[in-house]
Design a binder for this molecule. Structure first.
Ligand SMILES: *Cc1c(COP(=O)(O)O)cnc(C)c1O
Length: 231
């Protein structure tokens, strides 16, 4: 099943790239493996997947320790400050930076280890109350502040679009995040780039790619439905 799913997702990514006149290699597929057992990740690994996304610190650390070291791990979930130290040298990217205090903690922990951490800023484009993320109008000032942190590299923006029946409804959300990244990128702030746009999940990744996503985070479409009742 996983193999067929992966092929299907890959085909849809390629078709979306074609429609948008984009190159396939400019879009990274992140296989979101949260809640899934190691066997599923191993199977995906053997099918060639090397980029995985997790949303819980403990789960990311456990899976990191158990799987081959050529995997690139992405922390895509809300991150508590007291847990930063556990993933700071394991996550290739932290997608969910949305407060100055969190950024300060990342800076401090990265400085201790003398490493640089790649982060994305999470933006709550739709303004949903239930969601984490900065409001779009807050991002500019936030970027300027974090740009001074020597052990953090801002690489772009991330958003979680609302769950909608018709993914077309999220097109404008993706357009707004894209525009925000272009606006901020054009200011040429030292130490930051806006090359990464992490947007699009199983329901809407094709639209996100049409609107400029460079990372799509696909869970259900690859691994099947999640079962939270076992947790
Ligand atoms: C779970 C999750 C995904 C993947 O969701 P699917 O709908 O299963 O593709 C993507 N991004 C984030 C931040 C998530 O928490």
């Amino acid at each position: 099943m996983l193999k067929e799913n992966l092929i299907s997702v890959e085909n849809k990514i390629q078709e979306a790239c074609l429609r948008a006149g984009r190159r396939r290699e400019d879009v990274t597929l992140i296989a979101v493996s949260k809640t899934k057992p190691l066997e599923d990740l191993e199977e995906a690994y053997h099918l060639g997947v090397r980029v995985f996304g997790e949303n819980k610190v403990q789960e990311l650390v456990d899976k990191y320790d158990s799987l081959p070291k050529d995997i690139e791990w992405h922390m895509i979930g809300h991150l508590q400050r007291n847990k930063v130290k556990y993933i700071i040298d394991k996550a290739a990217y932290i997608h969910s930076v949305d407060s100055l205090r969190l950024a300060e903690t990342i800076e401090k922990e990265a400085a201790k280890r003398n490493i640089t951490v790649n982060i994305l800023i999470e933006v709550n484009v739709a303004g949903e109350e239930s969601k984490f993320g900065l409001m779009p109008e807050e991002v500019d000032e936030f970027v300027t502040k974090i740009a001074e942190f020597r052990h953090i590299q801002i690489k772009g923006l991330m958003t979680i679009a609302p769950f909608v029946e018709n993914p077309e409804e999220n097109r404008s959300i993706f357009q707004r995040l894209h525009k925000l990244s272009v606006d901020i990128g054009s200011k040429n702030v030292d130490n930051i780039t806006m090359r990464i746009l992490s947007m699009g999940m199983t329901n809407d990744y094709e639209i996100a790619i049409e609107e400029g996503a460079t990372m799509v985070r696909v869970g259900t479409g690859i691994f099947g439905a999640r079962n939270y009742s076992k947790e």
